[in-house]
Design a protein around this ligand. Structure first.
Ligand SMILES: [Zn+2]
Length: 257
């Protein structure tokens, strides 16, 4: 049996693997698929930004950091609302570095056909984060706002959100022809768009699901389950799904055998 204890500081998916950073341990999860996987939620939290202990957390951040950090502002999700030029950005230096770099506008297939944007350097990571079967870039834009404006236009007729339950439960779906979907959209891309073509496909092997509900994490909860797989932000157990964001900043004890 292997036992790990510590604060969860990160979770991410790579092609054919998933990782959990727990205290000093980087745990590679997929080799343990099929094994018993027990998590105890302990009474200790740490904000992943300011390291303050004992706060209520949202995706690993304390209430103060949730308010203070620009990535939590609505304009980060809806870049057409960018207010940097008005001087009211929460973290102008951070935004200058993040929002004012090249962004990719893309089509992906998660639960359905979806449109999205991400920094040019993290296209593949973003697709894996969303649990996409595949993703195709539509073009590159000079800033987050420029890409976001076109995304908003496209979201009038293409979804911009993933239905998590559908994404986690479906297997062996037919791949949508993203190249021909892209061809239909060329006239919407506008003058800021630079041509770009990157196409990725992924698969997410897992064991047969037993429960398809979300596991609610609370202090004192002990989950004794079996690891079935991982996809997007989720760890898939025989007792249901865990959203990794709910684990961030929490101290847990993990036993695998
Ligand atoms: Zn904090």
């Amino acid at each position: 049996m292997q036992e790990f204890q510590g604060i969860v500081t990160d979770f991410w998916i790579e092609e054919r693997n998933a990782f959990l950073l727990l205290g000093d341990h980087k745990i590679s999860l997929l080799p343990y698929v099929g094994q018993n996987f027990s998590i105890d939620i302990l009474d200790e939290t740490m904000c992943l930004h300011c390291h303050k202990m004992g706060e209520e957390l949202t995706r690993g951040e304390c209430p103060h950091c949730v308010k203070r950090l620009a990535h939590n502002d609505l304009c980060y999700v809806v870049p057409s609302l960018c207010h940097f030029a008005r001087g009211s950005c929460r973290e102008p230096q951070w935004s200058q570095h993040i929002c004012f770099q090249e962004h990719i506008l893309y089509l992906s297939q998660t639960s359905d056909l979806k449109v999205g944007i991400t920094r040019r350097t993290r296209f593949k990571e973003r697709l894996l984060e969303q649990g996409a079967w595949q993703g195709l870039s539509l073009g590159v834009f000079p800033t987050r706002m420029a890409a976001g404006k076109v995304e908003k236009k496209l979201s009038e007729f293409i979804k911009d959100k993933t239905a998590w339950k559908k994404m986690l439960t479906e297997q062996d779906v037919a791949l949508i022809d993203l190249v021909s979907e892209k061809e239909k959209l060329t006239s919407f891309l506008g003058k800021d768009c630079q041509e770009h073509h990157e196409h990725y496909t992924f698969n997410y092997p897992r064991l047969e699901l037993e429960k398809t509900s979300m596991i609610k994490l609370e202090i004192g909860l002990g989950i004794s389950s079996r690891l079935l797989g991982a996809r997007g932000h989720y760890i898939i157990l025989s007792d249901g799904f865990i959203h990794s964001g709910k684990l961030l900043g929490r101290k847990i004890n993990l036993k695998i055998n």
